[in-house]
Design a protein around this ligand. Structure first.
Ligand SMILES: Cc1ncc(COP(=O)(O)O)c(C=O)c1O
Length: 514
């Protein structure tokens, strides 16, 4: 009973175990990570002082939290915030002739506000508890090297001067809303880009700009999904996809990408996961977190499956201009003129302007079958007015002329050489193996979990953070269901990267997870 009430109260207040550990530390209460996880799992009961602390932190009655049946049902029946509200309303609505201050309302009858149950299946751990812990350490003066987010600017990747100049010159012209899908000039440039990528049947009306690809992932899933609809999403994935499918009321069904085959999607696994409820398949190509680039044969097999089962193809191609080793990126939509496809890209990575927030999606192929869905997309695009207009104003500049990103991805270029260094150094660590990334700026190494006794990848990430002040993302954050991977962002310069890889190597020379 105690564990259940504890979990409910934590959920309703949006508190994670790590939050309570920090609060305890702050209030001088002795309660560590292992204690709280035992309480939550129902394995042990806390001491009285810890129980008192938990009750006060969660704003519930201590006896109720302890599990006593006779206690009044209090606001801590956190699974139902309506009940909370009713209880909270009673003292105010009835007898009270004067308004009560928060401290006058009995503990346990105070109204609290929990997050929506729509978020129950939503995970975004790239910025989750481990990153929270890193922020806390930073706030206490510890310098943390952050290899957890693909954010080029802090690592010295500068926006091309021409882009900044052009945005500055257009600022006064971009004060108002634009049409909801975006400025004509921006969409025209994107349309021409789609032509170069052989994406068929694209008019200017089929292009939507967004505040980054992120906004459009959310919008495209919200407009499509009803409860029970299934969408095939890769594992590992860029977790926003899974999060947005689930937030929209659908179910993300994960298909495996196979490390033994360059991290390509496992076609048999995809086939085995299709049901009558499957509406769409998502591919991320080039891939985050693995750095894979899918060849034509693999894309053809995915198109064949989508054709056979009448699926929409959503293709996230935000890294399509960060491809190395002389390889070519192919847009899957170019191979599927008879299917309905939605292709996503943007300038966050290729033009190092992640902070300006500009991305787009392109509808292509057989749009007739998606007429009603497109109405839904238009409705949601209208409701958010438009995307950031100053950022739209540089799309034409960015997509035309000299592409400075090309200098980064060839031998001697930063992204290329940093990729080689990280790949070599990680593979030299006993117990670590990594597939060489072909694109983007991520690598997803495998850990021999037996060698290090790793049973929790999140704990591994926390231990690395505490010992070495290096923040990586654990594999679980990418919907990878074994504790045997982590993702490194290889954006830092060579010197820093060499030092960091050395530290990671040292960490693995002694690490044994307790
Ligand atoms: C695969 C993938 N898609 C989309 C995004 C979001 O990009 P944006 O900055 O355009 O929202 C990211 C960001 O890391 C990503 O890795």
């Amino acid at each position: 009973m105690f564990a259940e009430r504890l979990r409910n109260a934590m959920n309703s207040r949006g508190l994670k175990q790590v939050d309570l550990v920090h609060a305890a530390e702050h209030r001088g209460v002795k309660m560590g990570k292992s204690h709280i996880s035992q309480y939550v799992a129902g394995k042990t009961m806390p001491r009285e002082d810890v129980l008192e602390f938990l009750a006060s932190e969660l704003d519930v009655d201590m006896n109720w939290l302890r599990g006593e049946e006779s206690t009044t049902q209090l606001n801590s029946d956190a699974s139902n915030s309506v009940t909370d509200g009713e209880h909270a309303a009673t003292p105010l609505a009835t007898g009270a002739s004067k308004p009560q201050t928060d401290s006058e309302i009995p503990v346990g009858r105070r109204r609290t506000f929990g997050k929506s149950h729509k978020l129950d299946n939503v995970l975004y751990d790239v910025r989750g508890p481990v990153a929270d812990e890193a922020m806390r350490m930073e706030a206490n003066g510890t310098h943390i090297l952050k290899l957890n987010i693909g954010n080029p600017a802090p690592f010295g990747f500068r926006t091309p001067d021409e882009v900044v100049y052009d945005m500055a010159h257009q600022l006064t012209d971009t004060e108002g809303y634009s049409p909801s899908k975006g400025l004509f000039s921006a969409r025209k440039a994107i349309m021409q880009y789609a032509q170069l990528k052989n994406i068929p049947n694209v008019t200017i009306d089929d292009i939507y700009t967004g505040n980054g690809v992120s906004e459009l992932i959310n919008l495209s899933m919200s407009a499509l999904l009803d409860t029970g609809d299934e969408v095939l999403v890769p594992s590992p994935d860029y977790p926003l996809w899974t999060a947005c499918v689930n937030l929209a009321g659908g179910t993300a069904v994960h298909y495996l990408c196979d490390e033994q085959s360059e991290w390509y999607p496992d076609i048999d696994d995809i086939r085995s996961k299709i049901t009558s409820n499957t509406k769409a398949i998502v591919i991320i190509n080039p891939n985050n977190p693995t750095g894979a680039l899918y060849p034509k044969e693999v894309l053809q097999q995915i198109v064949d499956i989508a054709r056979e089962h009448q699926l929409i193809i959503f293709s996230d191609e935000i890294y399509d201009r960060l491809v190395m080793d002389g390889l070519q990126h192919i847009s899957i939509a170019s191979m599927a003129p008879d299917l309905f496809c939605v292709t996503f890209s943007g300038l966050s990575k290729s033009h190092m302007i992640a902070g300006y927030r500009i991305g787009w999606m392109i509808l292509s192929g057989n749009k007739r079958i998606a007429k009603d869905y497109i109405e839904g997309l238009n409705m949601l695009a209208n409701m958010r007015m438009c995307s950031n207009v100053p950022a739209q104003s540089v799309v034409q500049t960015a997509l035309g002329g000299h592409q400075s990103v090309n200098d980064y991805i060839v031998p001697g270029g930063r992204v290329h050489d940093q990729r080689d260094l990280v790949y070599d150094m990680l593979n030299q660590i006993p117990g670590i193996t990594a597939v060489k990334p072909k694109a983007a700026f991520y690598i997803f190494p495998k850990i021999d979990v037996k060698r290090f006794n790793i049973h929790s990848d999140e704990q591994f990430a926390l231990d690395l953070l505490h010992d070495k002040h290096i923040l990586i993302s654990h594999g679980g954050a990418f919907n990878w269901h074994r504790p045997d991977h982590f993702r490194v962002v290889y954006l830092p310069r060579m010197g820093m990267l060499r030092e960091t890889m050395g530290e990671i190597s040292d960490f693995f020379s002694y690490y044994w997870q307790s």
